[in-house]
Ligand binder design. Structure first.
Ligand SMILES: CC(=O)SCCNC(=O)CCNC(=O)[C@H](O)C(C)(C)COP(=O)(O)OP(=O)(O)OC[C@H]1O[C@@H](n2cnc3c(N)ncnc32)[C@H](O)[C@@H]1OP(=O)(O)O
Ligand SMILES: CC(C)C(=O)C(=O)O
Length: 527
């Protein structure tokens, strides 16, 4: 641990852990993510959330990039009282002057200047020799240090830089006054062992290494940004550069929420503290996603909408018995109100029973088994099973417990070439009866088939259909009202197939009439 990080050690009473500084670059590298540009106001909002969450350094932008960026960095510098506010600058005098001007009103200003160090970059981008770049480092870091006390220097493409030359650049930067040395994996090329070893070697070999805090900055081109960041910390770095939701150039940067929670949850093997209030992580994720109009992938660790959602029966059963069976952190710890047990085709009885209880149903074992069978059948056909879907099927189930006429099967031929034809099989008092009927439209054909099997005088007073939930696979809920000899009854049926729900609704109403004493005439031959 360097002197600088020791100053920021753990709160009193906690076991002493090394403090890792969180440098958030959502507003700079994050904004470099294609399509993630934020307006001035959006940047201020994000900066406020970051500050409230306790990030140590907010990299507010790249002031030379545009007047808009300069204005945003200046406004954030004026506004933020707790965190350090940094502005990025190339190793160019005008950039450094502009960054210095932008952050000068910050309570804690930082200039972050960078230059390439790898042979590929020196030859093809900078078109400079190693010696020329060493001179540039000395000159530009000194210029920045004349403007502010807190200067960060980054070796762009450090992980593709030969270690001997990297040592020389780091030594030069510290000598010129850099207080933080960032060794970025600019192109997401490193693997954890290599990145950890790089920090160990640099800290051992550079004579003045203990005068600076070392920093990691990892890109996610191989999906290793978080793993590399943690490895860099094990190698002696004490600052992590990261972004909310992992947004950033190309495949993005290490996600702030992931590094913070990895350090917290695995404190046993990663004994480091951050100053982040993790309960604000979800809020920060939403704020950034909204500001950038950049959706968070559903299965994103920590802040994705599925991060605390369980659909499979075995997991749901475990969760109902004890949350630690399938969750390594509580949803509340990252600002999510609760775990969700999502009802779907992989759910089991334990979760179904619990869901029904939550919805206010108290079913006996047989009723529950019946409803569960119907739920599984529905889930096989429907992508999302919502509470309303479950409610519809349970209500229908309860209503049909004493029915004398039940739907067994239905086939309808419909389309532009009428007449429409329905073939229906009903269970009437335990006997199967099949009839075929035509109609003026498929629903008329369905109702005529019912009348053919169970002739009755009742009049259809109302037919209404609406979607219970969203999407083309939504359950259609049909309401049918029948009246007979002064009494009228209503039936409801739900099914993703409107014709089936129509038949069910009609039969519910008909069964109610039968229960009221209307006589049945099952005419068709029993099978
Ligand atoms: C790894 C990173 O994320 S680095 C940060 C990347 N972010 C950005 O580039 C976003 C903001 N950028 C911009 O708005 C523009 O690129 C500007 C304003 C910075 C520069 O614009 P321009 O002057 O038109 O230059 P352009 O972008 O075409 O080329 C970059 C120039 O900077 C040079 N350069 C790149 N990095 C550095 C550096 N660290 N120090 C000095 N010069 C550098 C390049 O060699 C090139 O110089 P050249 O024109 O002499 O060949
Ligand atoms: C400017 C530096 C830190 C950078 O963004 C990178 O190397 O990825």
């Amino acid at each position: 641990m360097t002197d600088a990080t020791r100053n920021a050690s753990s709160p009193q009473g906690c076991s002493p852990k090394d403090r890792v500084l969180i440098f958030d670059t959502t507003l700079r590298d994050g904004e470099q993510c294609p399509g993630a540009t934020m307006t001035f106001e959006e940047k201020l909002e994000v900066a406020d959330v970051l500050d409230a969450m306790g990030v140590d350094i907010i990299e507010a932008g790249f002031p030379i990039a545009s007047d808009g960026d300069f204005e945003a960095v200046s406004a954030i510098a004026r506004r933020i009282k707790r965190a350090t506010v940094a502005g990025l600058a190339r190793a160019i005098s005008a950039d450094i002057a502009r960054a210095g001007e932008a952050v000068r009103h910050a309570a804690k200003p930082r200039i972050h200047t960078f230059v390439s160090t790898s042979p590929i970059h020196l030859e093809h981008q900078m078109r400079k020799s190693e010696e020329e770049v060493l001179e540039i480092i000395t000159k530009t870091v000194a210029q920045a240090r004349n403007l502010v006390e807190d200067v960060e220097w980054s070796a762009m493409d450090a992980t593709r830089t030969p270690i001997d030359y990297l040592c020389r650049t780091v030594e030069a930067a510290i000598k010129a006054g850099a207080t933080t040395i960032n060794l970025p994996d600019t192109v997401g090329y490193a693997v954890p062992d290599e990145y950890r070893a790089m920090f160990r070697q640099i800290r051992e070999r550079v004579p003045n290494a203990d005068k600076a805090i070392f920093s990691v900055h990892c890109h996610n081109d191989l999906g290793l940004a978080v793993a590399n960041s943690l490895a860099g910390i094990e190698g002696g770095a004490r600052q992590i550069e990261c972004t909310i939701n992992g947004i950033g150039e190309r495949a993005g940067n290490a996600a702030l929420e992931e590094v913070v929670m990895a350090l917290r949850v695995r404190g046993d093997v990663l004994p480091y503290d951050t100053g982040i209030d993790a309960s604000l992580l979800t809020r920060a994720s939403k704020a950034v996603s909204t500001a950038c109009s950049f959706p968070v992938q559903y299965n994103k660790a920590i802040v994705g909408r599925n991060a605390f959602a369980h659909e499979s029966g075995i997991h749901q059963d475990g969760m109902l018995k004890n949350q630690t069976t399938y969750e390594i952190m509580t949803p509340e710890s990252v600002g999510v109100s609760k775990t969700s047990l999502v009802m779907g085709k992989h759910s089991g009885r334990a979760a179904f029973r619990s869901k029904l209880k939550e919805m206010g149903y108290d079913l006996g074992d047989n009723q529950l088994e019946d409803a569960f069978t119907r739920f599984k059948a529905l889930a096989d056909r429907k992508k999302h099973v919502y509470d309303e879907d479950i409610e519809a099927l349970v209500d229908e189930n309860l209503a049909s417990a004493h029915d004398r006429v039940r739907l067994v099967s239905l086939t309808v031929i419909a389309g532009t070439r009428g007449p429409q034809r329905a073939t229906m099989k009903l269970d009437v008092d335990g006997r199967f009866v099949t009839e075929e009927a035509e109609g003026n439209g498929p629903i008329d054909a369905v109702f005529n088939a019912i009348k053919a099997i169970v002739p009755h005088e009742a009049v259809l007073e109302l037919y209404d259909v609406h979607a219970v939930t969203e999407g083309t696979d939504a359950q259609a809920e049909v309401t049918v009202r029948l009246s007979h000899e002064g009494s009228s009854v209503t039936g409801r049926g739900a099914d993703p197939d409107t014709l089936v729900s129509s038949a069910k609704a009609y039969l519910v109403a008909l069964n109610k009439l039968i229960a009221k004493g209307v006589r049945l005439h099952a005419q068709a031959a029993a099978e």
